[in-house]
Design a protein around this ligand. Structure first.
Ligand SMILES: [Zn+2]
Length: 121
C-alpha cells in the first residue's frame, strides 16, 4: 500500500482504534499488503491484541472507505481445508461438502469473513 491509501488508513486507525494499537506499527504492517492480497482478521486481532468486535469494526470501516472488500471463506472445521470464497451473503449455499473428508458442512458455522485489498495506491 502506498501513501494515498495509508493516509486514509491512518485516519481510520485514529477514529476506530485510538490508543489501542501502536499506529506506526500497524501502518508499517499494512504497507506490505498489495492489491488482490487477502487480509485475515485473525492476524490483525492476534498481532495487535484486539477483540473480534474491534478488529471487524476497523476492517469494516476500511471496506466502507473502498480499500478492502469482504468475502466469505468457506472452510472445513474438521480438516481446516479452505473451500474457496464467496462474495455475497445471499450467494452462500446452506451447506457444502468438504472435498477432503467429504463431510457435509453448515455454511454459517463453517465460514468467516476475510478481506481482499482492492486499493493500494
Ligand atoms: Zn474436511
Amino acid at each position: 500500500m502506498l501513501s494515498n491509501t495509508l493516509s486514509i488508513i491512518e485516519i481510520v486507525i485514529q477514529n476506530k482504534l485510538n490508543k489501542k494499537v501502536d499506529e506506526d506499527n500497524l501502518i508499517n504492517f499494512l504497507k506490505r499488503y498489495k492489491k488482490n492480497m487477502w487480509l485475515y482478521p485473525g492476524v490483525i486481532k492476534r498481532k495487535y491484541n484486539l477483540s473480534i468486535a474491534e478488529t471487524y469494526d476497523f476492517l469494516n470501516e476500511l471496506e466502507k472507505q473502498g480499500i478492502l472488500q469482504s468475502y466469505y471463506e468457506l472452510y472445513c472445521s474438521s480438516c481446516q481445508k479452505s473451500m474457496g470464497t464467496i462474495r455475497l451473503f445471499n450467494e452462500l449455499p446452506e451447506t457444502f461438502e468438504c472435498e477432503l473428508c467429504n463431510e457435509e458442512l453448515q455454511t454459517l458455522k463453517n465460514s468467516f469473513l476475510i478481506y481482499k485489498v482492492i486499493r493500494d495506491d
